[in-house]
Design a protein around this ligand. Structure first.
Ligand SMILES: C=CC1=C(C)c2cc3[nH]c(cc4nc(cc5[nH]c(cc1n2)c(C)c5CCC(=O)O)C(CCC(=O)O)=C4C)c(C)c3C=C
Ligand SMILES: [Fe+2]
Ligand SMILES: [Fe+2]
Length: 363
């Protein structure tokens, strides 16, 4: 039957407009790492990282001189040596981020064939940068972004800089994307499950130590006092894992590592805890670092090497570091579980568009 509506689209004989599958960017973002294990590359990484006022809250002018005159002339040489000791052909963090991106890409492409999803790597400091990822999305006309900061526990010192970079980019643009940022996942059941299973797998292969230490990257205590929820998130993660494992209070402990500078950081400190346990002649300890979604300098060197020495030189026995979740299957499952409801919502918005207007739905 012919349509009687004079102004209806179906009377227009021009070709039907075509709408492509919705382009979506999933941005997996981590902290950042130097481009090479050399003093020059580490200096340029530290200059960018430690110039961020989210990370260092010292008044800018004073910090400018401390950074340029005290830190950058000396620290990079020592830190570059530590990086060289863990470097493969690449920084482990960057290598793992790229593996995570490839694995998530395979998963979401399979799960959402009706969408055109590109999974992109990004880092707050260094390469591949979040700025480049945003420029790429803009050039490609990707109007739907889902950003997953790979920091399970939110902190103003780690997660917030990603928000800041996006916020600085926005005023420069005319065409803005729909934007979703997954703030944290410190108690997400898939995250807790992935951690729990990695501990159980470690125990199955190596036996269970007397104590399990959850060592999280620290932040300065004044930041926590001013409202950074990070330490609470860390304790909640550990408590949830312990609940799944059924450990008693004497079998585990939370501590904070990687102190930097002279002020007080959140306690108890990892190095002091391990030295004390060594002095008590503890027979064995397993250490896991749930704040790190990829192994990096702070786990492979500081925890697996340096703190092992602290523990054993003080009189402790067997010491094992349990790897970060990296690109393991359950970690990728977790990322997919975080992304799926967001991608499903985009897909259902797209499916609200009449099928005839979609040019190239994948089969
Ligand atoms: C005040 C200084 C720092 C704060 C606050 C801080 C918070 C913080 N950092 C991470 C994750 C990582 N940090 C890494 C290295 C690193 N961190 C600091 C300082 C602070 N971090 C420095 C100076 C360095 C560089 C190494 C050194 O000079 O000692 C890394 C490793 C990167 C790598 O290339 O392998 C990670 C990861 C989190 C999660 C966090 C707050 C919660
Ligand atoms: Fe019609
Ligand atoms: Fe750090």
């Amino acid at each position: 039957m012919n349509c009687v509506n004079e102004s209806c689209y179906c009377r227009d004989k021009s070709p039907a407009p075509t709408i492509e599958r919705t382009k979506v960017a999933v941005i997996l973002a981590n902290l950042g790492t130097p481009t090479a294990p050399t003093p020059a590359a580490v200096r340029s990484y530290l200059r960018e990282f430690l110039s961020d006022s989210r990370v260092i809250e010292v008044p800018r002018l004073i910090w400018f001189f401390i950074l340029r005159l005290l830190i950058l002339p000396s620290r990079p040489k020592r830190v570059a040596k530590a990086y060289a000791s863990i470097w493969t052909h690449e920084s482990p963090m960057r290598e793992t981020l790229l593996a995570q991106v490839a694995a998530v890409q395979a998963r979401v492409s399979a799960a959402f064939p009706a969408l055109d999803v590109q999974v992109l790597p990004a880092m707050s400091y260094g390469e591949p940068s979040l700025r480049d990822a945003m420029a790429h999305c803009h050039q490609q006309g990707i109007d739907q972004w889902v950003v997953l900061p790979l920091f399970p526990q939110y902190s103003a010192t780690s997660t917030a800089p990603l928000y800041d970079q996006i916020a600085r980019w926005i005023p420069q643009q005319r065409r803005l994307p729909s934007l979703q940022i997954i703030r944290d996942y410190h108690a997400h059941p898939h995250y807790i499950h992935a951690l729990t299973e990695s501990i159980k797998a470690h125990w199955a292969a190596n036996g269970q130590a007397e104590k399990l230490l959850f060592s999280f990257h620290g932040i300065p205590q004044p930041y926590a006092d001013k409202g950074d929820p990070y330490p609470e998130h860390c304790r909640a993660t550990a408590a949830a894992v312990v609940r799944e494992l059924g450990l008693s209070d004497e079998q585990w402990c939370v501590s904070f590592q990687s102190r930097f500078g002279l002020q007080e950081w959140v306690k108890p400190y990892t190095d002091a805890t391990l030295k004390a346990w060594g002095e008590q002649s503890l027979a064995s300890v397993d250490v896991i670092c749930p704040a790190f979604s990829a192994d990096c300098l702070e786990t492979l060197e500081e925890i697996a090497v340096e703190n092992r020495e602290f523990f054993q030189q003080a009189g402790g026995g067997r010491y094992a570091y349990i790897d970060a979740l990296n690109a393991n299957e359950l970690h990728i499952d977790m990322m997919q579980a975080l992304l799926a409801p967001r991608l499903a919502a985009i897909e259902s918005e797209q499916s609200a568009i009449p099928a005839a207007l979609l040019s190239s739905r994948a089969t």
